[in-house]
Design a protein around this ligand. Structure first.
Ligand code: S3P
Length: 166
C-alpha cells in the first residue's frame, strides 16, 4: 500500500508519517528531502530564494513522479502539493491512498511560531490567506480527512490505521 499524507505546513505530516510507517513496517519518505536530492540547494528556503517558487513546484512534480511505483511506503508531502493536481494523480496511482491532516490555522500558527524554515510562512496574514485558499483543495484531493486538533500523534496514527483497515 502507498499512503500519502497531505495538509498545510505544520499539520503534522512528518511526525504522523514516521510513527505510521513504523507501525505498518513501511518505509517513510519525505517529499521535501526528495526535492533537495534533485536540486542543487541544501535547503528549501535556498531553492525559493535562488530559483523561485515555480522552479520549486517543477521539482516537486518530478519528485512525485518518481514515487508512482513505490509500495509499502508512507509519504509525507509538502503543504503545496495541491497546487499541481498532477502530483495527486501520481500519488493516487497504484492504489495510493491520500489522507488529509486537517489542522486549524490557530493550532498551526502556535506550532510554527519562531520556525523560519518555511518560505511561505513568513508572515501570518499571507499564510492565513494561503491556508484558506488551500483548504478546499486538500478536501477535494484526499480520500480521507482526519481532524487533528486536540489529538496527539499516536491518536492520529491509530485513526488512520482504523481507516485503512476498514
Ligand atoms: C510548502 C510546504 C513545505 C515545503 C515548501 C512549500 C507549501 O513543506 O514543501 O516550503 O507550499 O506549503 P511542509 O508542508 O512540510 O512544511
Amino acid at each position: 500500500m502507498k499512503i500519502s499524507l497531505i495538509g498545510f505546513m505544520g499539520s503534522g505530516k512528518t511526525s504522523v508519517g514516521e510513527i505510521l510507517a513504523k507501525k505498518l513496517g513501511y518505509d517513510m519518505l519525505e517529499m521535501d528531502l526528495e526535492i533537495l536530492k534533485i536540486s542543487d540547494s541544501d535547503d528549501i528556503n535556498g531553492i525559493f530564494a535562488s530559483k523561485g517558487e515555480l522552479h520549486f513546484r517543477e521539482l516537486e512534480i518530478k519528485a512525485a513522479k518518481k514515487l508512482v511505483n513505490k509500495n509499502n511506503i508512507v509519504i509525507s508531502t509538502g503543504g503545496g502539493v495541491v497546487m499541481n493536481k498532477i502530483i495527486l494523480d501520481y500519488l493516487h496511482e497504484n492504489n495510493g491512498s491520500i489522507i488529509f491532516l486537517n489542522t486549524s490555522f490557530n493550532e498551526i500558527q502556535k506550532r510554527l511560531e519562531g520556525d523560519d524554515s518555511r518560505p511561505l510562512f513568513k508572515d501570518k496574514l499571507t499564510a492565513k490567506a494561503l491556508y484558506n485558499f488551500r483548504q478546499a483543495l486538500y478536501e477535494e484531493y484526499s480520500d480521507y480527512t482526519i481532524n487533528t486538533d486536540g489529538k496527539n500523534v499516536v491518536e492520529i496514527v491509530d485513526e488512520i490505521l482504523v481507516l485503512i483497515n476498514s
